[in-house]
Ligand binder design. Structure first.
Ligand code: ATP
Ligand code: MG
Length: 558
């Protein structure tokens, strides 16, 4: 049977299965997804989400959502809310929502405990001085002059750090480990720093000393009972410190372990919340959910479904080496996903009037068209045909070369999609010499769906009926950046934006069927691409976003 074909395990799944076999942590599986609420989630996070929630789902474990909110200068409830919305939209559900800030007291107590053991001290040097003493991987660091102050003094200063009397940056708490360690992270890492400039989004002004990631993250894992703390490769070098902190406090056999996979990078975009925030704040995009952004909400607005995103993540997989994924793979995932979902409709982007001179004035007739040839259950619908239509201006050419198979006044026949075969007789121009109308005749015996409908001609063109069609705004989106690796360039990434990443066409003419289109509905505009109804669209002023073109035509454009 087809669904018994087993997918090969990724390397994290292999580790998890072997841990279960060996009864590590009693065979229990617990993961967490730990976003810092300092921005919206992006597709890189989706990769981590699929891993963290996926492992828990597959191995009957638990995955919690933990907000890693230890830096109040950049964090906000707006982000907390959007993160939850996006995870749910992707189709995952956490067991509990936790906040690192819930552990501030516990973390404080443990830090104090470490000071009492003589394993942490308050350093009054500036950040610059501390950095200067760090040494290099081949050269030992220098010890701080405050390293060996008495325990009581350290305790008193640590409390002072949290009192509000001490200026930001003037003191830090450091673990006292080894200034000569070959692992730079062991050279007396900072555990606490003072932040008084911003209240915390949950704890307000209660705390002035905030724990650093390396200390807070592992301990939060430990408090919650996490077994597999999965993160990205840049944390490999932090792992020994993660383990060191756990060893200082663990009082049972249970241990959380950190595992790392390659982070997602994609060409022609950026994958950093800091950079995305800059784009938003400087008005270079229309917000976090601008359809050009690689954010989950941007991709959703663009027309990506949760399935398209998850299929993409499955396809690219998880490895232990860094790399960059070609954005055309993401776009291909959208096409593949929308093909069976999207109803085929006619949308005329650059309309020109077509008059069928041998069709009676005032007459109209219903015709039948297919909703989706890639979905056998999609059925058909009725469209209205009459004497006056709109077609695409580009489907007509007055002096056409031999290989132009669409409309031209040379007697060549063309089929109107799901309708009749026509033949152009003349084109009408205004005083300026611009074509304003195309005249043609139709063959009444050639109706699609009848015997005469089988008559083959070289080309089929799209049309909408003038009386019944409706206007719409079409937003043609393209890649956000003009070069493959905007983060790797010497040039500021903001100067590398693709100037043609958004083209708006107003007054397109679309089938009246689209009156019923609801926000986030997907369509294929025949010959144009896949389009999705924008969140600002209204029945009386429709807006469609191009999710992706029908073919990958980026290469041609360069
Ligand atoms: P950014 O660099 O965009 O600010 P971050 O790593 O600081 O991202 P967090 O909110 O700390 O963002 O990330 C939460 C989780 O998502 C972490 O486990 C992190 O490893 C993972 N993650 C972040 N970016 C990516 C990515 N590009 N690919 C895969 N996982 C990612
Ligand atoms: Mg982070």
């Amino acid at each position: 049977m087809e669904d018994e074909v087993k997918k090969p395990l990724n390397f994290i799944e292999e580790i998890v299965e072997s841990n279960i076999r060996d009864g590590i942590n009693d065979g229990r599986i617990q993961t967490r997804f730990p976003p810092e609420p300092n921005g919206y989630l992006h597709i890189g996070h989706a990769k981590a989400i699929c891993m963290d929630f996926g492992i828990a789902q597959k191995y009957n474990g638990v995955c919690n959502l933990r907000f890693d909110d230890t830096n109040p200068t950049k964090e906000d409830v707006e982000y907390v809310d959007s993160i939850q919305e996006d995870i749910k939209w992707l189709g995952f559900q956490w067991a509990n929502v936790y906040y690192a800030s819930d552990y501030f007291q516990k973390l404080w107590d443990l830090a104090e405990n470490l000071i009492k053991q003589g394993k942490a001290y308050v350093d009054e040097q500036s950040a610059e001085e501390i950095a200067k003493q760090k040494g290099t991987p081949t050269e030992a660091g220098k010890e701080s002059p405050f390293r060996n102050r008495p325990i009581e003094e350290n305790i008193a200063l640590f409390h002072k750090m949290n009192s509000g009397e001490i200026a930001e940056g003037s003191m830090v708490l450091r673990a006292k480990i080894d200034m000569a360690s070959s692992n730079m992270h062991f050279r007396d890492p900072i555990m606490y720093r003072i932040i008084t400039s911003h209240p915390h989004h949950r704890t307000g002004t209660k705390w002035k000393a905030y724990p650093m990631y390396d200390y807070a993250h592992g301990q939060s894992d430990y408090f919650e009972g996490v077994t597999h703390s999965i993160c990205t490769l840049e944390f490999v070098v932090h792992r020994p410190l993660y383990d060191w902190f756990i060893d200082q406090f663990a009082n049972s056999a249970y241990r959380p372990h950190q595992y790392e996979f390659n982070r997602l990078n994609i060409t022609y975009t950026v994958m950093s919340k800091r950079k995305m925030l800059q784009l938003v704040q400087e008005g270079l995009v229309a917000g976090w959910d601008d359809p050009r952004m690689p954010t989950i909400c941007g991709l959703r607005r663009r027309g990506y479904t949760p399935e398209a995103i998850k299929n993409f993540i499955t396809k690219i997989g998880y490895t232990k080496y860094e790399g960059t994924i070609d954005i055309s793979m993401l776009e291909a995932a959208a096409r593949e996903d929308l093909k069976p979902r999207a109803t085929r409709v006619c949308a005329i982007f650059d309309p020109i009037k077509l008059i069928i001179t041998n069709y009676s004035e005032g007459k109209s007739e219903p015709l039948t068209t297919e909703n989706n040839p890639d979905d056998e259950n999609a059925g058909t619908r009725e469209i209205t045909f009459s004497r006056e239509l709109y077609i695409e201006r580009g489907d007509f050419m007055e002096d056409a070369p031999k290989d132009f198979y669409r409309l031209t006044p040379n007697g060549r026949e063309v089929r109107l999609k799901s309708a009749y075969i026509i033949q152009c007789t003349e084109c009408i121009k205004n005083e300026a010499g611009e074509i304003i109308e195309i005249h043609c005749t139709y063959d009444p015996t050639s109706k699609s769906g009848t015997e005469g409908g089988n008559r083959k001609v070289k080309s089929t063109i799209n049309w909408v009926e003038i009386d019944s069609c409706i206007s719409a705004e079409i937003r043609l989106y393209d890649r956000l950046f003009s070069i493959e690796d905007p983060s790797g360039s010497d040039e500021d990434f903001r100067n590398l934006l693709n100037k043609d990443s958004l083209r708006v066409i107003k007054n397109c003419k679309v089938e009246p069927y689209l009156k019923r289109a609801k926000v986030l509905d997907h369509f294929q505009f025949l010959k144009q691409g896949y389009f999705t109804v924008d969140k600002d669209s209204k029945p009386e002023s429709l807006i469609f976003n191009r999710t992706v073109s029908l073919k990958d035509n980026w290469a041609k454009k360069e």
